[in-house]
Design a binder for this molecule. Structure first.
Ligand code: ADP
Length: 526
């Protein structure tokens, strides 16, 4: 190995010092600066000429002057100071977080005559650490929060602040108590929630959505050179009408199940605002948000279920009590007046049948909720199902018009349950229409599917209720009707049809009548 002569070593060292990323400064024991490299110039803003011969105190905030006294004391004792984290001032007065390593410089006799300082700017690292602490704090506060909207707002505000965005918003696909998806949002910064335009981002084909197809963050320095945006309408909306947006960042929020539950979007009127650090910060926030939102959502679900259970108990007790009270009344009356059983039997039987109906419905509902609702398929024929449904009814007050071209058609269904569906359709047709009106029952077969319809000339159902009547306990309040019911028949019917790979639906014109349809495959394939 060839040893470099001393002058060559000197120039190599000088080059290293010059090229260093860290500030390398030497000073005398009187704290006067004796050398100042290029990085020192870049970090602190002073040139070499400005600093040589100056006191190091120029860089030290007044409240930290005593640190220098301690450093000199340590140096004189021949000690080295390593990775001392402190604060120093730049020429413009800005405070920098730095990590300092100070080593003694000795003369040929070994006497300490000065010090070499290496200063690393750790401002960004410190900010990052602080942000991580903030994120942890944020995580704790949102985890304690069980309201989805509050979580969205806290997260949107914190992420907008930490990413230096001018504005931000959080769009989240929530599920309401009816189990439907609803878009929930929170906005922060200069965006107002009155400016609903930002919701266009939730539509398919927007950059916000395409960010989430790959579950990746999308970040743009300048949308004017952004091929994603191009002449997109959103650019016009945001850039020209409400917010001058030039740079943006879109971050998906991935839920526990791995699906994208929503996303955070940040914008700024200046280019290049969002960097990799912001991306990492917001990703960390998004991960915290996803957990908190999952929890809040579960909590809301439990609350909804509890409310449903309470509603169920109050409904069941009320519904059971009505026929029971009537029954008791008849029995007391019969007893008091010494009436024969034959006299009161029809009235008693009617109330007992009603009780039986309610209890059967409740049992069905509990089986459905427990996922234990089963059908037992056998071969039967349509004419039988119709005959049994009519038998169980008292339709003397209506005209029944049956058109059943499928008389001899054999189908594979759960006979008792299909009778239950058809009976409910016919009972409703009678219950919600005037005496003496006509009820039509029609059947047809197309593409292997049996279609049965029951039409009445009754009061009809307003179109906004047509879907909901198949939900548990849903009843339309018809001002002209005193018909009693639990709002369970159609719900159970829907379950029965679905178990047969079929469906049930209704059409209606208020004041003219309603038609209920059921459709199911004639043959069962399972
Ligand atoms: P209910 O026991 O209340 O009749 P259903 O589940 O069978 O329960 O029906 C739900 C609701 O749908 C009823 O309360 C009623 O408001 C409406 N409905 C059902 N069938 C008809 C019909 N043929 N005409 C008018 N409204 C109807």
């Amino acid at each position: 190995m060839q040893i470099n002569p001393p002058y060559q070593r000197q120039s190599i060292l000088a080059a290293i010092v010059d090229d260093s990323e860290d500030a390398i400064i030497s000073k005398s024991l009187e704290s006067r600066i004796t050398s100042w490299n290029k990085a020192a110039e870049r970090i602190f803003g002073y040139t070499e000429q400005e600093m040589i011969g100056e006191l190091i105190y120029k860089l030290i905030p007044p409240e930290r002057h005593k640190e220098e006294i301690e450093i000199i004391r340590q140096l004189k004792a021949g000690n080295r100071i390593e990775h001392f984290e402190t604060v120093r001032l730049t020429k413009s007065g800005r405070r920098l977080q730095i990590s300092l390593t100070v080593s003694p410089i000795r003369d040929s006799t070994g006497k300490v005559i000065g010090a070499a300082k290496i200063a690393r700017d750790i401002t960004r690292k410190k900010q990052y650490e602080e942000s991580l602490n903030l994120i942890n704090e944020l995580g704790k506060s949102i985890n304690a929060q069980l309201n989805v909207n509050v979580v969205l707002q806290i997260v949107s505000d914190a992420a907008t602040r930490m990413s230096n965005a001018a504005f931000g918003f959080f769009l989240y696909n929530n599920v309401n108590s009816a189990g439907e998806n609803v878009l929930t949002s929170a906005v922060s910064g200069t965006l107002s929630d009155k400016q609903e335009d930002f919701k266009v981002f939730a539509r398919p084909s927007t950059i916000f959505q395409s960010a989430f197809n790959g579950s990746k963050v999308v970040r743009s320095r300048d949308i004017r050179d952004d091929q994603h945006f191009g002449p997109h309408a959103i650019k016009v909306n945001l850039a020209e009408q409400q917010q001058q947006m030039v740079s943006y960042m879109a971050v998906p929020v991935v839920s526990r199940g791995g699906f994208i539950a929503g996303g955070l979007f940040f914008g700024h009127p200046e280019p290049g605002v969002f960097n990799e650090e912001h991306e990492n910060l917001v990703l960390a926030i998004a991960a915290q948000a996803a957990i908190a939102l999952d929890n809040a959502r579960m909590y809301e679900e439990v609350n909804t279920l509890n409310a449903k259970k309470d509603q169920f108990i109050s409904f069941a007790s009320h519904e059971l009590k009505t026929p029971l009270t009537t029954l008791k009344g008849y029995l007391q009356l019969g007893h008091k007046n010494k009436m024969s059983l034959a006299d009161i039997y029809p009235k008693v039987e009617k109330q007992i049948n009603r009780l039986e109906e309610i209890i059967t419905d409740l049992l069905d509902v509990s089986l459905i909720s427990a996922g234990k609702f089963e059908i037992s398929i056998s071969k039967t024929n349509i004419a039988d199902i119709i005959a049994l449904s009519i038998d169980s009814l008292m339709l003397q007050k209506h005209h029944l018009n049956i058109q059943n071209p499928l008389n001899a058609l054999e189908v594979w269904v759960d006979k008792a349950k299909m009778v239950q569906v058809l009976t409910n359709m016919l009972t409703n047709a009678a219950k919600y229409s005037a005496n003496d009106s006509t009820i039509w029952l029609n059947t047809s077969l197309a593409d292997g599917q049996v279609l049965i319809s029951v039409r009445d000339e009754g009061m009809g159902i307003p179109s906004q209720h047509l879907k909901d009547i198949f939900n548990q306990f849903y009843r339309v309040s018809h001002p002209s009707s005193k018909a009693k019911g639990a709002g369970l028949g159609l719900y159970i019917s829907k379950e029965i049809l679905e178990a047969h790979s079929g469906k049930i639906w209704a059409e209606s014109v208020v004041g003219e009548g309603s038609t209920f349809y059921i459709q199911f495959p004639a043959t069962h394939n399972s």
